[in-house]
Ligand binder design. Sequence first.
Ligand code: S3P
Length: 435
Amino acid sequence: MNLRVRPVSRLSGRVRVPGDKSISHRAVLLGAIALGTTEIRGLLEAEDCLRTVTAVQAMGVDVTRKASGEYRVIGAGRHGLEEPADVIDCGNSGTTARLLLGVLAGQPFTTILTGDDSLRRRPMGRVAEPLARMGATLLGRGNGTRLPLAIRGAARPRSLTYETPVASAQVKSAILLAGLGADGPVTVVEPATSRDHSERMLRRFGGDVRAAGSAVTLVPGELEAASVDVPGDISSAAFLLVAGTLVREGGVTVEGVGVNPTRSGVLAALGAMHAGIAVADLVETDEPSASLTATPATLGAATVAGALVPRLIDEIPVLAVAAVLAHGRTEVRDAAELRVKESDRIAALARELGKMGARVEERPDGFVIEGPARLRGARVASGGDHRLAMALAVAGLVADGETVVEDVACIRTSFPSFVACVNALADGDALAEEP
Ligand code: S3P
């Protein structure tokens, strides 16, 4: 399926985006291994999170969809999961695969995980290695670093202190989840702090988690069921906010968006680019949320590097679009992780935005964009990467002439209502899906 994008001069209105993807995965997984009944509201019903739901169901967990986004998970407890009868297909979802490996490292049975073409190319050694140190047995392609991968967990994993070479919430979370049944505390030390949704939710489920700087320690123990309200996904909201900044007229408000500071670096980056995103109606819970409003602005360049990178890693594709239209030289550094996401996002951004007239200079760990450039409508390819597909659609909204983004079914993995949200703000059919 392709997306035909018509340029617009105005976007205005208030919308809500679906639930946060990272928090949704964690709510299902923790609900599955807790004792008691977990109620989730606002769960993201997109392909990635539904993979996690299907995976825990395959291990005998009772999950009921009560209404749109409302789920009941009857926890099996740490010792209640069953060996799945078949291979678990994680689809496009790296979070499903890596967090599940963490849970499975403490389960004394054998599970085989696989995924789609993209996920089977992505690195799994980063979780396999620490989990093997904790006593799990893993066997997979590429010497245990690629899916399909089989894991047999240890009944009682070993306590571990682990320094991760990359700041990755998925690696950190996998180790913490494996640590729940360990014979002593587990500590993860990161080079920079990654999103802390697992830590916050583990505490909500009664877990003993302590953070000090970029080190996190979990003391093993049983989890108890909880109720979880999932805020809107800032990674989805970012596409609408950048679009609202780049068009000539209007104002875009996205309500109820999660603004956890370890996750909302996009607001800092847009602020540095002189796009003031107004924050209102802040609700302070363990995952704070707010309404975010973007208004048209003339953007300046910014540098994105260091500890900011993990706080906005998924928003870099759409920030690159903003950088193309910003005055000056935007530099993204320390972001080599972009090369191992759903696609090699550095190469893909340079190639596809280049087709639209942007100057994107590739670097091993990021890129440099000289702006402003006029974007011209073109035929561009998402390469099956949802965030590339949506970033290119945003570029098309502010280009001269029509753009066609190829291969956009992938948008369903994280933001199924993207086209509807943009069209509601454009007051017309700015985006049209074509078979
Ligand atoms: C995620 C962590 C990040 C992010 C991904 C979701 C999570 O990945 O890019 O989209 O839910 O923990 P890494 O842990 O690989 O940095």
